[in-house]
Write a protein that binds this ligand. Structure first.
Ligand code: NAP
Length: 260
């Protein structure tokens, strides 16, 4: 039981296909108590139903684009749990029209929204969680994608937001390390989720990866969940500021792959 006696916050469960749900299952199997946040009332019912399978869950609503909601979430955790051993940031957003066509057409407001929700929010939640996490050998994990380093058709401003997120991981790791908090990212291969459905041509990308990744398949939310459980546990006590790839090896390959 890798995470026995630990309590963590998982942000970003929308439904049973969410990467955050794969992580929630892995960490609770490893013995952790989980606090879940969801963005809107619309998702509350869904998440409440999913959470019935967990032991002693705490559910809170938190839209990470609002500092007051982040503060009240941490306040509730302080009251009801008193501390946090880990935090999972598994959320992102860009307006649909920014995930189609040319990146050069990205509007200023869409750029701001994507960077705010998908990258700055990690800074905001980490800072707010710090008093609950410091001095506990605690760990933060966020989710990124290869589109931060390579051009992926239609990923556009989300790729730029993920580049900012990965850089944020390194700066936060340096700031929070002296307080006993590690910060890492998992770069997951493409997985069919609600967020992925918003990316034009996603199925084509998924199919290409399944055909050409060294493992000749994609990855599951359970595989991402298991790596997150490791990074959140004391087994990973020497790892911080890193991006770990859970993508069936696809990011290691280059041109000359099989045609579709
Ligand atoms: P998902 O199930 O749709 O989860 C995305 C979550 O982000 C949803 O719960 C969504 O809530 C939440 N969210 C969006 N804006 C928010 C806000 N302002 N405040 C709070 N929550 C907000 O999709 P997913 O694929 O699991 O995404 C999880 C993470 O993995 C994202 O960072 C994504 O970029 C990353 N990732 C995904 C893939 C992939 O192929 N699926 C690959 C690599 C990395 P609503 O539904 O209410 O908007």
């Amino acid at each position: 039981m890798l995470l026995e006696g630990k309590t963590g916050l998982v942000m970003g469960v929308a439904n049973k296909r969410s990467i955050a749900w794969g992580i929630t299952n892995a960490v609770s199997k490893a013995g952790a108590r989980v606090v879940l946040t969801y963005q809107s009332e619309r998702l509350g019912e869904n998440v409440t139903e999913l959470a019935e399978s967990l032991k002693d869950p705490l559910l809170l609503q938190c839209d990470v684009s609002h500092d007051d909601q982040i503060a009240s979430t941490m306040g509730r955790i302080q009251e009801q749990v008193g501390h946090l051993d880990f935090l999972v940031h598994a959320l992102a957003f860009a307006p649909r029209e920014a995930l189609d066509g040319m990146y050069a057409d990205t509007k200023r407001d869409d750029f701001k929204t994507a960077l705010d929700v998908s990258a700055y929010s990690l800074v905001a939640v980490s800072r707010a969680a710090m008093p609950l996490m410091q001095g506990r050998q605690s760990s933060i994990v966020t989710l990124t994608y290869l589109g931060s380093e390579r051009v992926v058709q239609n990923y556009n401003v989300m790729g730029v937001a993920k580049a900012a997120l990965e850089s944020t991981v390194r700066y936060l790791a340096n700031d929070l390390g002296p307080h006993g908090i590690r910060v890492n990212a998992i770069s997951a291969g493409p997985i069919k989720t609600l967020a992925a459905a918003g990316i034009g041509g996603f199925s084509k990308i998924l199919h290409f990866v399944e055909k050409n990744a060294p493992l000749r398949r994609g990855v599951t939310i359970h595989e991402v969940g298991n790596v997150a459980a490791f990074l959140l546990s004391d087994l990973a006590s020497g790892i911080t500021g890193e991006v770990t790839y859970v993508d069936a090896g696809f990011s290691t390959t280059t041109a000359g792959l099989e045609a579709e």
